[in-house]
Ligand binder design. Structure first.
Ligand code: 6R9
Length: 661
């Protein structure tokens, strides 16, 4: 990357102050920033008291061996007790924890009292199968309540889980089973996807033929679809039989705050997947606090819905641990947003009276493409706060979300965080912040985040650089499973603090891998992964800003921009666009779009090539895989496509490209 900071092209003047109905009585008010600034560790010690500890921690942070952190190290707690039992003991056993909506339309509502019984039975079953504290359990399930139960049962007995997304292949599953050295796999016969049963168990059978997976003793299989399933006697067990016959009572044991809670793999672009390790007390403190602060959850009256999959960190932190620690009532939906019709999500919001919705920009852009008339058919008036996560949200998508889903009334919380951070780090607070379309804005109370240049000096307002985290935080990853050196190299070796206000010179800074800028108000904008930033004639240009400019054109629903090697300009901007339903791919379109970008961002940002396509390559968590588009734009063979949702997308894109690049 050159020494010139990231170009800072886009400006945004729209502001939306918090509505009175959210600001009055908000869980967290502006003084939280102040308190956390005065005594950061005291602030987190106070948040840890949101939890029920078997032994209250006296210590807050041990940073004597950076970057290996210990939070609340002398405290002891049971995570599952905090997410389930304590709510029953507090008299909320009849409160619904989960409204489950299956894709075929089957439903189940599970109260906290019922959840306690289910989790206890599952914990007893794990113990019977010989799973001990510290043993790893792989979970490969669709979005059904048993996924939550399985995770909590592992937490209850101190066995770290490794959830593998149900859309991943047998290969991906085998690599993860091997790396974590799992002893048990929990799966299902299948789940429902796009209107039909989709099998899961065959991938487990195949994975377990691979070398390195021999230590898996049992496979526990949830019956979901009832389809015919191959069976290995002595190894495979039905969940309903094995779990069903257990006692509904299980006394949870308290574990140290630093006891491992889970491993979750992030794919990254190169090398083998990284097993991100999270532990118990700090993780639960920050997921609980941020869910309470950013969604302003009122557990007695709110109905919360996070549309993420449980196989993604958002599902871990904001379906399972944060919301359940807070005693929330939530919706879990198994299927796709367009099955059996494109209004399915809005029908669910109406049916359950969802008040807090958390989803990803990719889903919002898909809904924009499908048309405003679809959400308009449903009563969405229960919604009071809308969240976004996973990618930068383009200002136009932000405005659409607020107007068409939030009736022009609801605050939008654009939450920046990562698998590695475990919980939200940069986000507006819905009762405090005047929001700004496209910007994640400010570090949450108790979080140190800023933007630095190549020499690790904080950039002045109005400049771009790299997002870094300046202070350890409770839900931070503790290491990469089995590879401390890779943990150091990946996150902590790039920056030692230069001139950063409030940070000691040479202190290690956490490098998030994202480009970012501070606008003239000091608000943070995320500009995409640093690997995706383009270098055009000596200027660093953010893919996100060019994409947002394209999406602000009425004919464009989605855009993905990459820099392709170019003999004149180092890299040339190459854009792949999905047109809105009615827009035609006519002669003048490409010129019209180039002119539009030029007008918004300046001539330097005009794409050299613009290619209309039907679909974009995305990961299962909805992130655009720009590196594959770069391969296409540079006429290279495609890199690893195993984490792609649909590999035929790339063939379609390649077919559109005239050879010669
Ligand atoms: C939670 C999650 C992390 C990467 C992160 C960044 C991108 C996530 C974002 C965002 C802009 C936001 N990202 N939230 N970019 N604005 N609100 O997505 O975790 O799957 O590990 O991805 O996602 O690039 O570095 P994970």
């Amino acid at each position: 990357m050159s020494n010139e900071s990231l170009a800072n092209l886009m400006t945004e003047d729209r502001r939306f102050p918090p509505p009175a109905e959210v600001a009055d009585g908000a869980n967290v008010t502006a003084d939280a920033y102040e308190r956390a600034a005065v005594d950061r560790l005291g602030f987190w010690a106070e948040q840890a008291r949101r939890l029920d500890w078997a032994a209250e921690p006296e210590q807050t942070l041990d940073w004597s061996n950076p970057p290996f952190a210990k939070w609340f190290a002398d405290g002891r707690l049971n995570v599952a007790h905090n997410c389930v039992d304590r709510h029953v003991e507090a008299g909320h056993g009849d409160r619904v924890a989960i409204h489950f909506e299956g894709e075929p339309g089957d439903t189940r509502s599970i109260t906290y009292a019922e959840l306690r019984e289910e989790v206890s039975r599952a914990a007893n079953a794990l113990v019977e199968l010989g799973v001990r504290g510290g043993d790893r359990v792989a979970i490969y399930l669709p979005m059904i309540p048993e996924a939550v139960v399985a995770m909590l049962a592992c937490a209850r007995i101190g066995a770290p889980h490794s959830v593998v997304f149900g859309g991943f292949s047998a290969d991906a599953l085998a690599t993860r089973i091997e790396d974590a050295d799992a002893r048990l796999v929990i799966t299902a016969d299948g789940g429902y996807r796009r209107g039909k049963p989709s099998p899961l168990k065959p991938a487990v059978d195949e994975a377990l033929t691979r070398p390195g997976t021999e230590r898996v003793r049992n496979v526990l299989v949830v019956r979901r679809t009832g389809e015919e399933t191959a069976w290995t006697e002595g190894r495979d067990l039905w969940w309903d039989e094995t779990v069903g016959r257990q006692s509904p009572e299980h006394t949870p044991e308290a574990f140290e705050a630093e006891h491992p809670l889970f491993i979750l793999y992030t794919s990254g672009t190169t090398g083998k997947p990284k097993g991100i390790l999270h532990t118990s007390g700090g993780y639960l403190t920050q997921t609980s606090y941020t869910h309470h602060a950013v969604f302003d959850l009122k557990p007695e009256s709110d109905v919360y819905w996070c549309t993420a999959d449980i196989g993604w960190v958002t599902g871990h932190s904001y379906i399972v641990y944060g919301p359940l620690a807070n005693g929330a009532t939530q919706v879990i939906y198994e299927g796709t947003p367009d099955t059996p019709h494109r209004g399915r999500w809005w029908e669910i919001v109406q049916k359950y009276g969802v008040t807090l919705l958390y989803t990803a920009p990719t889903a919002i852009r898909a809904c924009m493409k499908w048309g405003d008339d679809i959400p308009a058919k449903f009563d969405l008036s229960s919604l009071r706060i809308l969240g976004s996560v996973g990618e930068p949200i383009n200002p136009e998508a932000w405005i659409w979300y607020r107007e068409h889903i939030g009736a022009g009334r609801t605050p939008i919380v654009d939450t920046w965080w990562q698998t590695e951070t475990g919980a939200m780090m940069v986000s507006p607070l819905p009762g405090v912040t005047s929001t700004k379309p496209g910007s994640a804005q400010v570090p949450l109370p108790g979080i140190g985040a800023t933007v630095v240049d190549d020499d690790a000096n904080a950039v002045p307002d109005g400049h771009g650089g790299y997002l870094v985290l300046t202070e350890p935080w409770p839900s931070m990853l503790r290491t990469i499973w089995g590879d401390d050196q890779r943990y150091l190299d990946t996150y902590w070796s790039r920056f030692r603090a230069g001139s950063v206000p409030g940070v000691e010179k040479d202190a290690p800074l956490y490098f998030a891998g994202d480009g970012a800028k501070k606008d003239t108000d000091g608000d943070i904008w995320l500009l995409g992964r640093v690997d995706d930033v383009m270098l055009v004639s000596g200027h660093n240009i953010s893919t996100t800003e060019v994409e947002s400019a394209l999406v602000s054109h009425p004919k464009v629903a989605e855009a993905a921009v990459v820099g392709a090697a170019d003999p004149q300009t180092t890299q040339a901007i190459c854009a792949f666009v999905i047109l809105r339903g009615s827009a035609a791919e006519d002669e003048g379109l490409v010129e019209e779009l180039r002119a539009h970008v030029g007008k918004h961002l300046g001539p330097i940002a005009k794409p050299k090539r613009i290619l209309p396509v039907a679909e974009l390559p995305k990961t299962r968590s909805g992130k655009i895989m720009r590196r594959l588009l770069r391969d296409v734009a540079e006429n290279r063979e495609l890199g690893d496509v195993t984490t792609l949702t649909d590999s035929s997308v790339m063939q379609l894109i390649q077919a559109k490209l005239p050879s010669g690049g």
